[in-house]
Write a protein that binds this ligand. Structure first.
Ligand SMILES: [Zn+2]
Ligand SMILES: [Zn+2]
Ligand SMILES: [Zn+2]
Length: 359
């Protein structure tokens, strides 16, 4: 099944036999059968008709279908269904922020179609879509951060049924027969996602959440984590006035830095030291807060990926990228009703409200 997502650039979508999907959307069903309807719907990004595939990704899971055309998928190297990046399984906004990618795709309807047509021709004549290493010399620091954020296994729970809207109102009469999930949706802006925002990587609340970590982030001073492999510090309050060289200039004094990742949209940065000693010294000097270029910054330890991630650990002051991602994607299956489950429904573009509309 891996080859389905592995060579999205080989054939143009018109003759394509398979959709471009991430492993999670594909599911774990070895007897996967797909239905294919040519030109069945408008692509939700470029509005051109495209081939819609529909399949059930596993026992008890809901049917999934492709939402955007293959050209749009290739332009951003994202899954046609969930719109997450094919390499990292992360929202476009997270990927582009970490790698410093600019979004050059047009937004107006006329230009979008024109752009998509041009990209069609481009993909037919070359192999260099984003998917085949087109990031160029993308900042290795950014990639490092993405690797920390990404999940290593497909997350099939994302394919579950939607929440039952009748259950939410307290009047579902189907009981155990009801195909939809009987649980309360989590509140917050995470459910107000829009497919175009996710595609263009702007104003995506899930991405914002991943990038900025828990609201409590940076509060108070916390000591070095017991895990000695942690050599990274987390800086908050990073305004546009602060660039990577400013941070490097300051932190280099304490030890060699392996990488520095600045995320302006989230006003934060990660300082990854080569050694633990460097990180400890830097924290000792800067842990109480520092002033760089006139901007007050707070410095705390980044945390290692929690083993058997539990929410108590996550509420501590300094989130690591991995911990933030875990709190969104719920590492090992969380107990029912755990808050760590909350982002899932909204990460699916087919999920446009909080509840299903059956009956
Ligand atoms: Zn499209
Ligand atoms: Zn997907
Ligand atoms: Zn129900």
């Amino acid at each position: 099944m891996a080859q389905i997502k592995a060579d999205p650039n080989k054939v143009s979508w018109e003759e394509s036999e398979f959709p471009i999907l991430c492993e999670t959307c594909l599911g774990d069903n070895p007897y996967l059968r797909m239905t294919k309807q040519s030109q069945a719907k408008e692509c939700k990004v470029c509005t051109r008709p495209f081939t819609v595939f529909r399949w059930c990704p596993g026992v008890g899971m809901r049917f999934k279908k492709t939402e955007i055309c293959q050209t749009c998928s290739k332009v951003k190297n994202v899954c046609q269904t969930c719109l997450l990046d094919l390499e990292f399984g992360l929202p476009v906004q997270v990927r582009d922020t970490a790698l410093g990618l600019e979004d050059g795709a047009p937004r107006s309807d006329v230009n979008k179609e024109y752009f998509a047509q041009n990209m069609d021709a481009h993909f037919q004549n070359s192999e260099d879509g984003l998917g085949s290493g087109g990031f160029g010399k993308a900042e290795s620091a950014g990639r490092e951060m993405l690797k920390k954020l990404q999940r290593t296994e497909p997350y099939y729970k994302r394919n579950r049924q939607h929440i039952c809207s009748f259950f939410v109102k307290g009047n579902c009469t189907r009981g155990a027969e009801c195909p939809y999930r009987h649980e309360m949706p989590l509140e917050g802006d995470l459910k107000h996602q829009n497919i175009k925002d996710r595609y263009y990587g702007t104003n995506d609340p899930v991405a914002r959440k991943i990038l900025s970590g828990p609201r409590a982030g940076g509060a108070g001073r916390s000591g070095p984590p017991d895990d000695k492999t942690v050599t990274s510090l987390f800086v908050t309050g990073v305004t546009e006035a602060i660039a990577e060289p400013d941070l490097k200039g300051f932190f280099y004094a304490f030890g060699e830095t392996k990488s520095i990742v600045v995320v302006h949209k989230s006003k934060c940065a990660f300082i990854n030291f080569t050694t633990r000693a460097g990180a400890e010294l830097a924290f000792e000097k800067a842990g109480g807060g520092v002033n760089i270029q006139g901007v007050p910054l707070r410095v705390s330890w980044a945390r290692s990926r929690p083993v058997g991630a539990r929410s108590e650990q996550r509420t501590e002051a300094a989130p690591s990228p991995a911990a933030v991602m875990d709190s969104l994607q719920a590492g090992p299956p969380p107990p029912p009703g755990s808050a760590s489950d909350f982002a899932y429904p909204s990460q699916d573009p087919t999920y446009q409200g909080s509840t299903s509309k059956h009956r």
